[in-house]
Design a protein around this ligand. Structure first.
Ligand code: UT7
Length: 331
């Protein structure tokens, strides 16, 4: 039995935060943001919209496109660093309820920007072992809820959104998720961190005053490790599957920074026309970045049944991963 990506869906909140808006909020400029990140706009959820609302809307599209009965879904895995509630209940349980699916295994995973690729790895194992048949995998973030809009080193980068994919059992090897690699190195934990609110620094007046409940990032150090790791990952996954970049129809990297993507693309000799780029219009949406990019490629006619996608990701933890996935959604 193989695991197959049978459908994709995404939801992008309507509100737009432009570089010009940010110029009025912090000491930055449209020119700096575009030159250093490639980001032009990012989407921001409404005040009364939580991560589960974004995830639900993306999931509904993915389920509809998969043409299956929602009750056939036997697991929901949701990757996020901005859950509706701290600790419990999981956002996956809330999404299951919104979808009207009961009696289903549902849980969140925490792997930051690598969350979607990590979830694919779990879904693949569940299906190949025969444990599950239809796994809904979601990457969803309301990063605006943990972004400090006084900190120019982070607030220009992040945006909100959600992407969802249905991963189903198939006997057709041509439709398979061929391989997933997922890894981490916790010695770099401090590079991308939300320090307050956990058991290390439980929320109190001091943590709030010091704004420890917001994301913090050592951008430049992260950048250097990101380009190296993303490149090495691709080389390894292609090598162990006896493939070259010529065999890949769509390179779909984590959309953190245009310069990072360009560095990796040039190192690996991937043509730009086969690389999916959404960073300019969505910014960095962490775990939602890759499924949103897959959805974007599909909706723009740049992805068709049978195409081989190479996913490549990197994020807080530090975590990273890559995947070789056939796009198996039929019209
Ligand atoms: O998704 C998870 C993984 N995350 C990433 O992969 C993110 C990786 N990092 C990055 O994308 C980049 O490092 C950033 C976009 C965050 C920053 O770009 P950079 O080219 O690495 O800039 P830098 O941190 O080296 O800072 C250069 C200068 C500094 O000023 P001085 O010290 O040279 O005077 C910063 O204070 O740019 C300044 N700066 C800004 N200036 C205007 C930092 N942020 C801003 C800003 N606007 N928003």
């Amino acid at each position: 039995m193989f695991a197959s990506l049978k459908s994709i869906g995404a939801y992008v909140p309507k509100n737009i935060l432009t570089n010009q808006d940010l110029e009025k909020m912090v000491d930055t400029s449209d020119e700096w943001i575009k030159k250093r990140t490639g980001i032009e706009i990012r989407h921001i959820a409404d005040k009364d919209e939580a991560t589960s609302d974004l995830a639900y809307k993306a999931a509904k599209i993915a389920i509809k496109r998969a043409k299956i009965d929602k009750n056939e879904i036997d697991a929901i895995i949701l990757a996020t660093i901005s859950p509706d509630y701290f600790c419990m209940p999981s956002t996956a349980c809330l999404v299951a309820d919104k979808l009207g699916i009961t009696n289903v295994m549902a849980f969140d995973i925490s792997a930051a920007c690598s969350g979607f690729v990590y979830s694919l790895s779990i879904a693949k194992s569940f299906i190949e072992s025969g444990l599950k048949k239809n796994v809904l995998v979601i990457g969803a973030e309301k990063l605006s809820s943990i972004t400090n809009y006084h900190d120019r080193t982070t607030c220009v980068i992040f945006g909100d959104g959600a992407g969802a994919a249905l991963i189903s059992a198939t006997e057709n090897k041509e439709e398979a998720i061929m391989d997933v690699m997922a890894s981490s190195d916790g010695k770099y934990a401090d590079l991308l961190i939300t320090p307050g609110g956990g058991s290390r620094y439980p929320t109190n007046e001091e943590t709030l005053k010091n704004e420890m409940h917001f994301m913090k990032m050592a951008g430049n150090e992260t950048f250097k490790i990101a380009v190296k790791t993303l490149t090495e990952d691709v080389i390894e996954i292609l090598k162990r599957n006896h493939l070259t970049s010529d065999d890949v129809d769509r390179f779909i990297p984590h959309q953190a920074n245009y310069r990072i993507i360009e560095y990796v693309r040039n190192k690996l000799d991937f043509p730009k026309e086969r690389t999916v780029l959404t960073v300019a219009k969505y910014g960095n949406t962490s775990s939602a970045s890759i499924p949103m990019a897959i959805n974007d490629a599909y909706e723009n006619g740049n992805l068709k049944y049978g195409d081989l996608m190479l996913l490549d990701t990197f994020g807080g933890g530090l975590t990273w991963g890559s995947a070789l996935v056939k796009f198996a959604m039929k019209k």
